[in-house]
Design a protein around this ligand. Structure first.
Ligand SMILES: Cc1ncc(COP(=O)(O)O)c(C=O)c1O
Length: 486
């Protein structure tokens, strides 16, 4: 044996078997459980074994994979997943991932992956077009929203450092730099602010209004106070769809404030930015196109499988000024032609897989019209759930959203706020064990709520009704009532 390759017939049999596993998943997709509960110790036990010195039969390995991994996988693909922000994926991306792995390209330098490099550039150009960013906008596909936010904030910080000549002078005698966002901002921003050396003491989380949007009056007061104290406001973050409720800040007013105070304007659109492509919602996003940087996720509302985030900035030069490092082994001096985009000069990673490929395949195969229709369907179904909740005696709606998140509580016939809160908290682990639907909760203005996120093109009105039926049934069981499904 002088390589790891299988004989063609064996490889074909394995490919066929893996395709059968894929098809099997789609055959049962409508009935896919949201969650399969197993105690952690049990799952750990499936994989506890000494490091294998000898390989096992690949066919048998696929059987293990079928049983222990596919068979127990959380039901992201199916219609009964509502927890976090888990999209259902799309079939064209399955092909893209398989083919991309086949050719094993590294997206870092143009001549290492010419076609895929040009594809990533087109995906960036199309994204800029969709979000009304300038045609010359630069951008990069990253792992997800967290990395996309970190990238946007890194560019903002580095350009600010340039202005202050910090590369030369260092940070000595600098007053702290201050970042502003609403209290609803995603925790990845806290992480980014820590990683960038700014420190969370200098992340001002501004109170939100009744619709979970940043209070502009309090924001401006805080900026004035920081300036008065000699601090250096440098970055303002707007939310284009918060993770908790899908709230969209007044992005236009934030753009005006950013301009007024000379702040880097970053928008976290990881969850919501792509919903701007709906005509019905465009006005909600007014001002987002003025951002200096924006974070978004194709693994959310373009339904590509993990991972597929993206950072967009207004010019390639902003990325280059942040990330370029000369190295003899990466030099392009002897390149055959100009105009090659070298991603290693525009981003932190040197080795990078072809994330843009599945996005490109998705857009090409389905077209924007269909993608738009699926996003609209998610939003319509979330609204449908809201109507069901409002009409029901035993549920209460806690937060409405223009996007596809619904926050609510089971109230049964309880009347005390504390009792309802405690009951809903108890309900969550019971629902996880039940597993027919997978849903999680959150805390809004200090109070607990169940949170349903719709980001799956396979959901229907019937599956939405099923969600409430299951919650009701599990709640009744918890209350010791007979198991009736209403
Ligand atoms: C608003 C928002 N920002 C950032 C993130 C983090 O994105 P990711 O999970 O892709 O890192 C999320 C994830 O749901 C989000 O909803």
């Amino acid at each position: 044996m002088d390589s790891l390759d299988f004989q063609e017939a064996q490889f074909k049999a394995l490919l066929d078997k893996s395709s059968e596993l894929v098809l099997d998943r789609f055959r049962s997709i409508d009935n896919l459980k949201g969650y399969h509960y197993f105690p952690q110790q049990e799952v750990a036990g499936w994989f506890d074994e000494p490091l294998p010195e000898q390989g096992m039969d690949a066919g048998e390995l696929l059987e293990v994979v079928q049983d222990k991994i596919l068979g127990t996988a959380t039901g992201n693909l199916g219609p009964h997943m509502y927890a976090y922000v888990m999209s259902g994926g799309n079939q064209m991306s399955i092909l893209a991932e398989k083919l991309a792995a086949t050719i094993n390209q590294n997206q870092t330098k143009w001549h290492l992956a010419p076609a895929l490099n040009e594809i990533e550039r087109r995906v960036i150009r199309w994204t800029a077009q969709l979000l009304d960013f300038p045609a010359e906008s630069g951008g990069v596909l990253v792992s997800g929203g967290s990395a996309a936010n970190l990238t946007g904030l890194t560019v903002g910080r580095n350009l600010f450092f340039e202005k202050k000549d910090i590369r030369k002078k260092g940070l000595f005698r600098q007053q702290p730099f201050v970042v502003y966002a609403s209290e609803e901002v995603h925790s990845c921003v806290d992480k980014s602010v820590e990683l960038l050396g700014i420190g969370t003491d200098h992340l001002r989380k501004i109170e939100t209004d009744a619709h979970f949007k940043i209070r502009l009056d309090l924001l401006e007061q805080q900026i004035a106070l920081d300036l008065e104290q000699g601090l250096q406001p440098f970055c303002l973050i707007g939310n284009a769809g918060t993770v908790n409720t899908g709230a969209i800040d007044d992005l236009d007013a934030l753009a005006v404030l950013a301009q007024k105070y000379g702040l880097w304007y970053h928008v976290d659109g990881a969850y919501g930015a792509l919903a701007r492509i709906l005509d019905s919602l465009k006005s909600e996003y007014r001002g987002m196109e003025k951002a200096d940087s924006i974070a978004l996720d194709f693994h959310k509302w373009f339904y590509v499988p993990f991972e597929g985030g993206c950072t967009l900035v207004r010019s390639w030069d902003h990325l280059k000024r942040t990330y370029f490092k000369k190295a003899a082994y990466l030099d392009t001096e002897l390149a055959n032609d100009g105009n090659r985009l070298e991603y290693n000069e525009h981003y932190f990673q040197l080795s990078r897989n072809a994330k843009a490929f599945k996005v490109w395949m998705t857009i090409k195969a389905y077209g924007m019209e269909k993608i738009r229709a699926m996003i609209q369907k998610d939003i319509d179904l979330a609204q449908y759930l809201n109507t069901l909740i409002t009409a029901a005696d035993d549920f209460e709606l806690v937060a409405d959203s223009k996007l596809a998140v619904s926050c609510f509580r089971y109230i049964g016939n309880m009347s005390s706020k504390d009792e309802i809160e405690a009951f809903n908290r108890k309900l969550m682990p019971k629902l996880e064990k039940d597993g027919r639907v997978f849903i999680m909760g959150t805390t809004l203005k200090g109070e607990y709520a169940i949170r349903a996120c719709f980001i799956n093109h396979r959901k229907t009105k019937a599956t939405t009704e099923y969600l409430l039926e299951i919650i009701r049934e599990v709640a009744h069981k918890l209350q010791g009532k007979p198991e009736t499904v209403e």
